[in-house]
Design a protein around this ligand. Structure first.
Ligand code: DGY
Length: 324
């Protein structure tokens, strides 16, 4: 008898083919998100699951899934897992680090350039038929070349963002709880500073820190007030790292100049006040969304699940204490 696994959202067919070689697979290729109740019912008889960031794995759910041995997220972030509860029940958890660094860093740069050069605002104006002709002062933006870049969260993605700044001749500051090794600092051409110093000195602040109780509203009214009035904020990390209501106030009042956002509190029902602002570029959580990257993320989740259910150590195990 094959073990039973659930794939909670649509994935590439080859991912299902890989899983079907070893498991009895239930897939949700219709891609309609499960409610918590539907997820609990679908997982009740399963040995393992491939999940996404909207699937909450917590004590209440685990209590209804007695056979569950492993849950493998298709995401580097795993704030949808209650890891303590999973460990307490002996359920392995995994994520997909590494394979999305380049795509996410590239998209961060897309947000930086689009925000600094007012690209989406200008395009909407053009599409609305407003363009009468060239003007010297039309859609004046901010120079990216030579601007000071401040990176909050200097993990793999933050480092990839820093490396891409070389082409723009930018001084790079970073804030991270742990300072990078000197060789890595040199490679990233980045200087370690306090969060306050980074906020005060940067022309572009970009966030790459995971979401947790510690990073909840890391950027709120007090931090935005420390930024330059001419600065822009870029956020492609996780909803909740920024206090969105405070950001909207700051964008309305000129506390900062503009923002480029890929993630929000309460996705997908983000604060509608963002839609009224012209000085914000808005994307629907797509920083890692290239075909290759999303395929690699899903395949890595499948590799993690196969390892977990066949007695091997999953390559991206989050709660190693379960194996002890
Ligand atoms: C991640 O990997 O955490 C991304 O946010 C998923 O798109």
């Amino acid at each position: 008898m094959k073990q039973k696994v659930l794939v909670t959202r649509e994935v590439f067919e080859e991912v299902l083919d890989t899983l079907r070689a070893d498991f009895d697979v239930t897939a949700n290729q219709a891609d309609k998100p499960y409610s918590p109740e539907e997820l609990a019912q679908a997982l009740a008889d399963k040995d393992g699951a491939i999940t996404v960031l909207t699937d909450r794995i917590d004590t209440a759910l685990l209590a209804r899934c007695p056979k569950l041995k492993a849950v493998c997220n298709i995401a580097v972030g795993y704030n949808n897992f209650d890891l303590k509860a999973m460990s307490a029940r002996g359920v392995l958890g995994t994520n997909t680090p590494g394979v999305l660094d380049a795509a996410t860093a590239d998209f961060t740069w897309a947000l930086i350039l689009a925000t600094a050069r007012r690209l989406t605002e200008a395009e909407a104006w053009l599409r609305a038929g407003e363009w009468q002709g060239w003007k010297l002062k039309q859609f004046l933006g901010m120079d990216v070349q030579g601007a000071t870049l401040g990176i909050v969260g200097m993990g793999r993605i933050g480092q990839a963002v820093a490396r891409r700044a070389r082409g723009f001749d930018m001084p790079v500051l970073y804030y991270n709880r742990t300072r990078l090794a000197p060789a890595l600092e040199r490679d990233c051409n980045a200087r370690h500073v306090s969060l306050d110093e980074l906020l005060a000195q940067s022309d572009i602040v970009t966030l790459h820190t995971p979401y947790s109780a510690d990073s909840h509203h890391l950027i709120g009214a007090a931090q935005l007030a420390k930024m330059k009035k001419t600065a822009i904020l870029i956020h492609a990390a996780r909803g909740g790292v920024v206090d969105d209501a405070a950001l909207i106030t700051a964008l309305n009042s000129g506390t900062i100049a503009a923002a480029g956002l890929d993630v929000y509190e309460n996705e997908p029902k983000f604060n509608p006040e963002f839609l009224k602002l012209r000085n914000v570029v808005l994307a629907p959580h797509i920083a890692s969304a290239t075909t290759n990257t999303r395929r690699n993320m899903a395949m890595l989740a499948a590799r993690n699940l196969t390892a977990a259910l066949t007695g091997e150590r999953p390559p991206n195990l989050l709660n190693a204490e379960v194996l002890k």
